[in-house]
Design a protein around this ligand. Structure first.
Ligand code: MRU
Length: 333
């Protein structure tokens, strides 16, 4: 399964706001519209946002190629894309990489296109490597809880947390995946359950508030989630609700893992307090898909992510292997 396609003159994105009801692809030739697609979550998930932004920089270069001050035009495009969503560091990582390529080679569209495609290809390769490394941690007959969507849809393909689950399932180790529905935007219900059903991996959908009871009944062997940004000490941001799961897992003595490619690691910040957490519109809390579930005029609080402190993390699965505490040392290495 894939959510991003490049057609040389256009970027195609599977509209994730409409899944699972409709599988529709949108075509982009203007980088500003890609920024809007990231903001409105047509494309979402940390690595997928980075990949889409990489291709958007190719679209920008095409538009600005004839301009006298090409680097300045590219910087403006970069700024517009960087303002789309603040938390996933992959966005800034990919934009910096594309800018470096533009600076080195100027308006050489084929070099920029190659770079964007390399970002895309490398992401899939990293997911596969994480899958192999992470599957080692999964016991036979595992019942795994996951949150949000860290699958093929959130990446170049295959997935980070779902990549580990896919690899472990291929080894015959997975007896059940529990998918948190993940309010407010239901990425777990709409996207993770959809991916797993399509791949015929056993999945049970639960509401977010059911995870504690499930653990208390001994039905969860491990938790694995994705990551939007990991600080130098191992604190990490992921979809809102991740922190609660980490606390629950610790209380019940259940291993708690995150899977992340190195493009999600931000060594420039010492700890999670420096991660910018996106605040989204209150409408996402007061309703869903146009149906109001809260009264008009009610106040809301809608952080899209939370930060899980490194001391609640059993291990971090990367494409280079599994990191265990002390995370600061492993990450620096
Ligand atoms: O708001 P979203 O849907 O972009 O949030 C996605 C997540 O929190 C994922 O777990 C994370 O980006 C990792 S995706 C491999």
């Amino acid at each position: 399964m894939e959510a991003i396609r490049w057609e040389h003159d256009a970027l195609l994105l599977l509209d994730q706001t409409r899944l699972p009801a409709a599988e529709s692809w949108l075509r982009y030739t203007d980088y500003r519209e890609v920024a809007q697609a990231i903001r409105t979550m047509v494309v979402r998930g940390a690595p997928a946002i980075g990949i889409a932004a990489g291709y958007a920089m190719v679209l920008a270069a095409r538009e600005c190629a004839g301009e006298a001050d090409f680097p300045a035009s590219m910087s403006r495009a970069k700024e517009i894309l960087a303002a789309s969503r603040p938390t996933a560091v992959n966005l800034f990582w990919a934009l910096d990489r594309m800018e470096r390529c533009g600076t080195a080679f100027g308006p050489d569209l084929s070099r920029l296109e190659e770079e964007a495609q390399a970002i895309h290809r490398e992401d899939i390769r990293m997911n596969r490597a994480m899958g192999q490394a992470g599957a080692e941690l999964v016991p036979q007959g595992a019942r795994i809880l996951t949150h949000c969507n860290a699958g093929a849809l959130a990446t170049g393909g295959y997935g980070t947390a779902l990549g580990v689950i896919r690899a472990a399932h291929a080894q015959g180790k997975v007896s059940m995946v529990y998918a948190d529905e993940t309010r407010p935007l239901l990425q777990g219900a709409r996207l993770t359950a959809y991916e797993l059903v399509r791949d015929q991996i056993p999945v049970t959908l639960i509401c977010d508030n059911m995870a504690g009871a499930l653990m208390a009944q001994g039905k969860v062997d491990l938790v694995i989630v994705g990551c939007d940004r990991m600080a130098a000490n191992g604190d990490f941001a992921n979809k809102i609700g991740t922190y609660s799961l980490a606390v629950l897992a610790r209380h019940h003595g259940i291993p708690f893992y995150t899977a992340l490619p190195s493009s999600t690691i931000d060594l420039s910040i010492p700890d999670g307090s420096h991660i910018p957490v996106e605040q989204r519109d209150g409408d996402e809390v007061t309703g869903f898909a146009g149906v109001r579930t809260g009264p008009a005029g009610v106040q809301t609080w809608n952080p899209s992510f939370d930060v899980t402190p490194h001391n609640l993390l059993t291990a971090a699965i990367t494409e280079r292997g599994v990191l265990r505490p002390p995370f600061d040392r492993g990450l620096a290495k």
